[in-house]
Design a protein around this ligand. Sequence first.
Ligand SMILES: *Cc1c(COP(=O)(O)O)cnc(C)c1O
Length: 409
Amino acid sequence: MTEPKRLPRLEFADDVRLETLAVRQGLPATPWGENSEALFLTSSFVHPDAATAAARFAQEEEAFVYSRFTNPTTMMMERRLAALEGTEACIATSSGMAAIMLLVMGLLKAGDHVICSRSVFGSTIKLLQGEFGKFGVQTTFVSQTDPEEWRAALRPETKLLFAETPSNPLTEVCDIRALADIAHGAGALLAVDNCFCSPALQQPARLGADLIIHSGTKYLDGQGRVIAGAVCGPAALIDGPFMSVMRSAGMCLSPFNAWVVLKGLETLSIRMEAQGARALALAEWLEAQPQIARVYYPGLKSHPQHALAMAQQSGNGGSVVSFVTRGDTPEAARANAFAVIDATKICSITSNLGDTKTTITHPSSTSHGRLTEAQRLAAGITQGMIRVAVGLEHVDDLKADIARGLALI
Ligand SMILES: *Cc1c(COP(=O)(O)O)cnc(C)c1O
């Protein structure tokens, strides 16, 4: 069989940097010569003749066919994100959770086993344990920070290790290189949810991870506009089993949302730098406040995995800071946390993160509200805990916004 005819690719020198690829990688412009990438809102594409249509459906010729699985705007976003992650390929999905669903459907079958950190996003735990448990995929949950627990959980049928770093809301960091070695030693793959750092700070593939998961809803869009997701990895997996699931299951990203994320990627690295710098300044200030018992932020020297985080995350702690208000009882600590949140005038009271607008939330009554108090305490999430996802406001205004509530407690 002859090589299939491929769509054109934009070629860049091997040493072109992430900031350049974030602005430039995609597809060639149309004959109109637009400088800003075009938004192709079309469900299907027209073929010049029946024979060409047949060749395209037989995948002898790569072309745009139907936007459930091929669209130029979506492809530009996929190519750009793959370039940033340093993977061969990427497939966009309708949400971050759809990306994890695609990962499992593409890789696993009944009887297979997954090892996953106990500290991953709550819906990820529910999807793996609840939904995929029903289909005979078993998951063992282990420590975020102790690789030996992952090794001890290996079984002959283990096919996938799933990690997320740093975690939410405690910002615990796992050692990607160590987990990749454990996975590969057992013939399994390592997938990393890179939502909190984004490729601007952390490129898990360079540390040995096989597949990278994204919620594009967070820093990739970066302005809180759309729900989006992606899986990045080797072309053999993305174009093979994952594309096959996408064609039949259809958890595709809308081209409009892909365009929003595509343009968001252009400012990703400057946003991550600026938001990380603000988060560090805020975390240092919070640590000095007498009403605060503890601050969780990987950029602080007091963070238990500070050295690992700095090595793995380009010296940047990210933009999520959690802290615990003092209180003699859990009820008093909760009342103090609520007082701080309610006194803010700038921060948005919402559980989303990755926005240019700083968000503030009380994890134990919102994102982790469905857990029992015992489960929350086992996870280290106390009633006094507040999570702030730092945006782009002036950091002194954010300090003043939080100081107002601290003065009340
Ligand atoms: C938000 C989030 C997800 C889920 O993404 P959606 O786009 O909301 O479906 C997955 N992982 C992490 C770490 C997240 O923060």
